[in-house]
Design a protein around this ligand. Structure first.
Ligand SMILES: [Ca+2]
Length: 113
């Protein structure tokens, strides 16, 4: 039996410490869950140190096969948490099991001498 995993590359823009101004945030809280309403109690995913505000953050995540919802929030150095981000849905890319259609126009193009 093959152990199926879901491999994702995620990205977001690094936020500011104080709303839309200030330096980098201190930490991220990145989670996934089987239900979009359960993100806050979902499984934590380790992230790197937050980058400078406005920088594109990218991260590779490996999850068990299935359908998952993911979101993150950030914390400043005073301990304040941002609201949760938008929630994204990720699922396995199912194997392609649809074959090509049958060719139906096979014919002799010219008489063979
Ligand atoms: Ca702040």
């Amino acid at each position: 039996m093959t152990l199926l995993l879901l491999l994702l590359t995620l990205s977001w823009t690094a936020p500011h410490d104080d709303g839309s101004i200030g330096g980098a945030v201190a930490a991220y809280d990145f989670r996934y869950a089987a239900d979009s309403t359960l993100i806050a109690s979902g499984v934590s995913i380790p992230t790197g140190v937050p980058k400078a505000p406005g920088t594109l953050e990218t991260m590779s995540v490996t999850l068990p096969a299935g359908v998952w919802f993911l979101a993150l929030r950030s914390q400043d150095d005073a301990g304040n948490w941002s609201p949760w981000s938008n929630v994204i849905r990720a699922q396995d890319v199912l194997p392609d099991t649809t074959p090509p259609a049958a060719i139906t126009d096979l014919r002799v193009q010219e008489p063979v001498p």
